[in-house]
Design a protein around this ligand. Structure first.
Ligand code: FRU
Length: 523
């Protein structure tokens, strides 16, 4: 994001400065913010391109998910938000809540910019043992740690304009109080010093902050969330470095009873299909240092449109991941009018072995099943050349989920299309052993020259059976192949909604099982 919006938008800031001040004033008077869910008309969330099963803000600009935390039966989703425009600007933390990770209610803005700067990305945790001392009457505080980005200091040419700060909530995340002694971690002079992700390290009963520091990760530890000591650095010469490292996460996954540490590092630009993407490392962590046990570059999602993804905290051993469904290459110019950008479907992460290698797989959370309508299962289908699913399944509607299994890895292609011949295609090419998604003729593509392209993703599985899951919304497709080993997320903007699904193959392919299910709108 750094290279693009920041330079392009600096002129824009002076213009919005006045608006921001006004907004802050109104907010202080208690007129803003408001809970959109309470006052919006009932027909909201149905504009052209509005995702029907993904979270998007009611209006205006959104990027990274922030402060993902589960507390007392509620999932909190905070997000990078600019309430004055549909273009990136002075960042706030927007807020939404959900009981099931599927249906969301947008809330009042949680954090506003202040004299220390904009509120950039960060995380939130439940301070169950009240190590911070912010808790009251036995009620543990929710603590958010985020980057304060000081645009004035940046303009002055300083290097220390990003610092880590803290805020806490004693009312289930409804309102937040910034700590009087912010920042809690001062910048030692590194231009990119941001996006703290906090976890509790039980063996030593201390907090660990995983921080993106330009071309590497720096780990800090703290007994109380307020005082931080540097522990170690990781990754300067490992992994992908086509751009700046951003939005990390550190957590464990189970590997047959053993713990494997996973370090997520988002990268922009330098993704496998251009622009921003999420890479990860597998290794060991001892409370001080992360050591990679496998130094190959691995991507959680190969598509162009999953970025800044991290996990919810306080969900036990279940790891639930959420990404921003866009790419800094074009996030500011995609053709939506009222709002810009959505989140991916929440995904459950697991460790999977392929021969002697391990990978992190991601699959849509099971809670999505609650949206199923009119599921249809077809069995033992031979596809020679082409079949139109709309002829076999009456009433195909989008959004929907498609699952199918082939008994051998053969070339196939699935086409989503509309009445005017616009189409997005996804498929498998056995010669290159790659999945692909082609949006060259998907509809509006001319808003950015990198958008209308064919993207690829290696097939990592060595299984003879090929299983594909597709989550298709009004303007996106998420492809989870081979149990989530090969994943691609792509957005699209057809002039008319897609209404048809076709499957074709140059060979005769045998589809053991195909399941279609409509998905009810979450709004
Ligand atoms: C990632 C990012 C973060 C930063 C935020 C600013 O998309 O660039 O590094 O904190 O967005 O909005």
């Amino acid at each position: 994001m750094y290279l693009i919006p920041w330079t392009l938008l600096s002129a824009y800031y002076s213009h919005v400065h006045y608006m921001k001040k006004l907004n802050l004033m109104i907010c202080c008077l208690g007129l803003l913010p408001f809970a959109h869910s309470q006052i919006s008309p009932p027909n909201r969330y149905h504009e052209q391109y509005r995702p029907q099963i993904h979270f998007s803000p009611f209006e205006k600009w959104m990027n990274d998910p922030n402060g993902l935390v589960y507390f007392e039966g509620t999932y909190h989703l905070f997000f990078q938000y600019y309430p004055d425009s549909t273009i990136w600007g002075p960042m706030h933390w927007g807020h939404a809540i959900s009981k099931d990770l599927i249906h969301w209610k947008q809330q009042s803005i949680a954090l506003y910019p202040d004299s220390l700067g904009y509120i950039f990305s960060g995380s939130a945790i439940v301070d169950a043992e009240n190590t911070s001392g912010f808790g009251k009457n036995g009620m543990p505080p929710l603590v958010a740690i985020f980057t304060h980005h000081n645009p004035k200091a940046e303009k002055e040419g300083r290097n220390d304009f990003q610092n880590e700060s803290l805020a806490y909530s004693l009312d289930n995340g409804k309102t937040w109080k910034k700590y009087a002694r912010n920042p809690v971690l001062k910048n030692p002079g590194i231009r990119d010093f941001r996006d703290p992700k906090i976890i509790w390290y039980e063996p030593e009963k201390k907090w660990i902050m995983t921080l993106a520091t330009m071309d590497r990760i720096t780990f800090y530890s703290s007994p109380d969330l307020k005082h931080w000591n540097k522990e170690s650095e990781f990754g300067k010469t490992l992994g992908a470095h086509g751009g700046v490292w951003e939005c990390p996460d550190l957590f464990t996954l189970d590997d047959n009873g053993n713990k494997v540490w996973v370090l997520i590092v988002n990268l922009n630009p330098g993704g496998p299909n251009g622009g921003s993407a999420t890479q990860y490392f597998l290794g060991k962590f001892d409370g001080r240092q992360f050591i990679a046990t496998d130094t190959s570059t691995k991507w959680l999602d190969y598509g162009p449109d999953e970025y800044a993804g991290v996990n919810w905290s306080n969900t036990g051993s279940r790891k639930i991941f959420l990404g921003w469904m866009s790419n800094w290459l074009y996030a500011n110019v995609v053709p939506t009018e009222k709002w810009r950008n959505a989140m991916t479907i929440p995904r459950e992460l697991k460790l999977k072995r392929v021969a002697r290698n391990s990978f992190v797989s991601s699959t849509p959370i099971k809670e999505l099943n609650s949206l199923f309508v009119n599921p249809v299962t077809l069995q033992n289908m031979i596809v020679s050349k082409k079949i139109d699913l709309s002829e076999r399944i009456k009433n195909i509607k989008f959004p929907c989920r498609l699952d199918f299994t082939l008994d051998s890895p053969m070339d196939f292609e699935v086409t989503l299309s509309n009445q005017i011949g616009e189409q997005t295609k996804m498929g498998y090419d056995s010669i290159t052993n790659q999945y692909y998604c082609d949006r060259t003729k998907s509809g509006k593509t001319d808003f950015q020259h990198d958008f209308g392209i064919r993207n690829t993703c290696p097939r990592l599985s060595n299984s003879d059976t090929m299983h594909i899951t597709m989550i298709i919304d009004v303007s996106s497709i998420e492809i989870f192949a081979d149990g989530g080993l090969s994943v691609m997320t792509e957005i699209f903007f057809p002039h008319q909604p897609y209404t048809q699904i076709q499957i074709q193959s140059p060979n005769n392919i045998f589809i053991k099982k195909l399941k279609y299910s409509g998905l009810k709108s979450i709004w």
